[in-house]
Design a protein around this ligand. Structure first.
Ligand SMILES: [Ca+2]
Ligand SMILES: [Ca+2]
Ligand SMILES: [Ca+2]
Ligand SMILES: [Ca+2]
Length: 457
């Protein structure tokens, strides 16, 4: 169990403790410390502290209760992100720490740090910190974005070198506007978190060159759209980059025409074959997920227009071949794998457009033997095209079923819980191209909930 203390840099304590809370960061409760004093003290103490180190920066309202001081929140949070193992809180002050105020930045998972703290010159030049902390603009890079802190007392404008995307916040939208920029002005004693702009997206099956848009399940756009293009694959190829082996790193599956390739996270090719034969008529469909509930994923490949469906291990070995489901007869089918009803196992979710029948969602159990439930997402008279995917859009650890159908000339997204109970719906504005749209789901703003990805050609 780590032992941390509050409030002392006393030399003889340091080798007996694992860390410390820095109350009223950065000034301390007497408010006579400068930012660089505190930051340098942390650096010094952590060299002497016992391992399993844990620190807390408590920034607060200085006992005023002004919880809308977002600049102060960002200043403390940004500073805490510059070094490892620092937790952050923002509350009332030393007279009371019982508040649980929440800030937009807390919703963003920046991922693991990928750089040490760095100094940023006004021309944007970035250099790794060598000496002690001093009033400057500081930057640290993370897997999903960057943290910046201006510890001077005047605004600074810096060149970011490339485009970054502001988070889309509701509390201080002037700062967290969701806009894309390669240059930013940070006021004195302030900080900001920026996201990397995206040109590819993980965990979503897209066609190379698709335009992608991102919505929460209530229909609000959460990130800027973009054309997804992977240089290593042909235009129009189906691409899915996701973890399939349960080990660190993302693997990649590419379907070009009738051929499927599986690459491990280092880019080595595990599989390069025609899983349904080279001459199969129709589009080869792909769905990946933890059908059996293990850390490793299963892969389904199927002929969208007639079946059959094959189930493969994550590296391509056949588990079940030539599964013939009645849903594929005289139909066009899309498949997704998701855990819609809890438990360990996932389900196979079919979006079925069948001649002479309303377009339907049919959900099979993990053995692909028993239909667990089925429903008509747009009613018993809707016979149009139906696209479906799965994703946990509300963060309750169960996947919702997300559908897209064109009703009365409008593209209508609907979100369902297991059994077919509707959770939400929203209309999509038409795309520039007017081309067909498909769906995916992925957490693109790092808040732990999947967004709905709408892809169009
Ligand atoms: Ca992996
Ligand atoms: Ca389940
Ligand atoms: Ca859910
Ligand atoms: Ca999200």
């Amino acid at each position: 169990m780590p032992v941390i203390i509050n409030g002392s840099n006393w030399e003889s304590y340091q080798s007996h403790i694992n860390g410390r809370m820095y109350e009223s960061f950065p000034g301390g409760i007497t408010n006579n410390l400068r930012w660089q004093d505190t930051m340098n003290a942390v650096e010094q103490n952590r060299k002497k502290n016992f391992s399993s180190q844990l620190y807390i920066f408590n920034t607060n309202t200085d006992n005023t209760g002004n919880h809308l001081n977002y600049r102060q929140v960002r200043y403390g949070l940004g500073s805490s992100l510059l070094m490892d193992g620092i937790y952050f809180s923002f509350d009332y002050g030393f007279a009371s720490h019982s508040q649980i105020w929440w800030y937009d930045e807390y919703n963003v998972n920046l991922g693991a740090p990928v750089s040490p703290p760095q100094l940023v010159a006004s021309n944007g030049a970035v250099s790794v910190k060598v000496g002690p902390y001093q009033p400057q603009v500081w930057r640290r890079d993370f897997q999903n974005g960057i943290a910046l802190v201006n510890s001077t007392n005047a605004a600074r404008t810096i060149n970011l070198g490339e485009d970054y995307e502001k988070i889309r916040g509701t509390q201080d939208p002037g700062v967290n506007s969701g806009g894309i920029t390669n240059k930013i002005t940070i006021s004195g004693e302030d900080g900001i978190i920026l996201l990397k702009t995206k040109q590819t997206v993980d965990d979503v099956l897209y066609n190379n060159g698709d335009f992608l848009r991102f919505y929460n399940y209530k229909g609000a756009r959460v990130r800027n759209g973009f054309y997804a293009f992977d240089d290593s694959a042909a235009g129009g190829a189906q691409i899915l980059t996701t973890d399939i082996d349960g080990e660190a790193g993302k693997e990649k599956i590419v379907i070009t025409g009738k051929k499927m390739e599986i690459f491990n996270s280092l880019g080595d090719r595990w599989y390069n074959e025609y899983p349904l034969g080279a001459n199969v008529k129709g589009v080869v469909g792909l769905a990946v997920g933890r059908l059996y509930g293990n850390s490793e994923s299963e892969i389904t490949v199927y002929n969208r227009s007639a079946g059959p469906l094959n189930l493969l291990k994550y590296y391509g070995e056949t588990l079940l071949a030539n599964i013939k489901l009645t849903e594929f007869k005289n139909s066009t089918v899309g498949v997704a794998i998701g855990n819609t009803d809890g438990g360990m196992k996932s389900e196979l979710v079919l979006a079925v457009v069948k001649k002479g029948r309303a377009s339907e969602i049919v959900v099979y159990d993990w053995q692909i033997k028993t239909v667990r439930y089925r429903f008509f997402p747009y009613g018993k008279n809707f016979v149009g095209a139906l696209s479906a995917t799965v994703g946990d859009v509300d963060g309750d650890s169960k996947d919702e079923i997300i559908t897209l159908g064109k009703v009365g000339g409008q593209n209508l997204v609907r979100v369902f819980r297991a059994g077919g109970k509707k959770l939400s719906e929203f209309k999509l504005v038409a795309t520039v191209t007017g081309g067909a749209m498909t769906l995916g789901a992925s957490d693109v703003n790092y808040d732990g909930k999947d967004e709905i990805v709408v892809m169009s050609r």
